[in-house]
Design a protein around this ligand. Structure first.
Ligand code: NAD
Length: 266
């Protein structure tokens, strides 16, 4: 039986993924604010430390997989959004890497990013760089200078840092070279409590409703979870460092020619 740790397991995309993985015979150790095997608040360093140490205790330091689904969206405090979505994710990826490397088989990791990474314009590069440098206070201080854009930048900037962490680290010795397949999924608008909170808000509701989804309507948690479950399966052993967009075509519509990008010799 494979043992998989999962943040954000109690609701939405995480809960739907948990259902599929458990039906397939995996043991899932949920990490969430409530309704999980490990109750921890990933917005704080103490909560992240608790999540990591309790996961290691429960698994004797051997983990077959990790899904990082915990997250909050706008409207929310920008600091909290960046702390949960970005630092709550990156800290767990780094803190559980060794346990994944000693799993014995090919361990799988799926980090949940977002198509906001490519569809929100003008995400500040300095914010993403600060996140990737692991400077949480520096990143939070930057947010204070973005005025009304702080919420959008906190969400999309944090999700961009998560995707870029995956791209940078997945093919390296400590990850691919240690038997870990690290990938990300970038969902589009998916009808979960997180999206519903945005739809219900006067500030973000009209924007979300006007966002184009070529396939029509919002995705369901199951439509995203089924992809994550596949990325966690042995059939995905050749997948490494990919950011998979499952978004009804929004990313392709907004920037059809931006990806794949050509490569130039220096
Ligand atoms: P959701 O609200 O249904 O689930 C999120 C889960 O994260 C909840 O169980 C919540 O309790 C948990 N969580 C929130 N803050 C936490 C904290 N401080 N510590 C521990 N757990 C915490 O939302 P969802 O839409 O299923 O979101 C899952 C992931 O997918 C998130 O990372 C989100 O950013 C991402 N995402 C969602 C959409 C969408 O449209 N729903 C689109 C792109 C990406």
């Amino acid at each position: 039986m494979t043992t998989i740790a999962m943040t954000g397991s109690a609701s939405g995309i995480g809960a739907a993924t948990r259902e599929i993985l458990e039906a397939g015979g995996s043991e899932v150790i949920g990490i969430d604010l409530r309704g999980a095997e490990i109750v921890a608040d990933l917005s704080t360093p103490e909560g992240r430390e608790k999540a990591i140490s309790e996961t290691l205790e429960r698994t004797d330091g051997n983990l077959d997989g990790l899904v990082t689904a915990a997250g909050i969206g706008p409207p929310n405090n920008p600091h909290k959004m960046l702390s949960v979505n970005c630092f709550g994710t990156l800290t767990l990826l780094e803190g559980l890497r060794e346990a994944l490397a000693t799993s014995g088989g090919v361990a799988k990791v799926v980090a949940i990013s977002s198509n906001s990474t490519t569809t929100v314009p003008d995400i500040p590069a300095e914010l993403v760089a600060m996140c990737l440098a692991g400077d949480e206070q520096g990143a939070l201080d930057l947010l204070d200078g973005y005025g009304e854009a702080a919420q959008n930048y906190a969400y999309a900037g944090g999700k961009t840092a998560v995707a870029r962490f995956v791209r940078r680290n997945a093919p390296t010795e400590p990850w691919a070279g240690s038997g870990i397949r690290l990938n990300a999924i970038a969902p589009g608008a998916t009808l979960t409590p997180l999206l519903q909170a945005g739809l219900d808000s006067d500030d973000f509701g009209p924007m979300i409703k006007s966002f184009p989804v070529p396939t029509g309507g919002f995705g369901t948690p199951h439509q995203v979870a089924a992809w994550i479950a596949h990325m966690m399966s042995d059939d995905a052993d050749f997948l490494c460092g990919s950011v998979i967009f499952v978004d009804g075509g929004t990313d392709a519509l907004v920037r059809p020619d931006s990806w794949p990008d050509t490569y130039e010799m220096q």
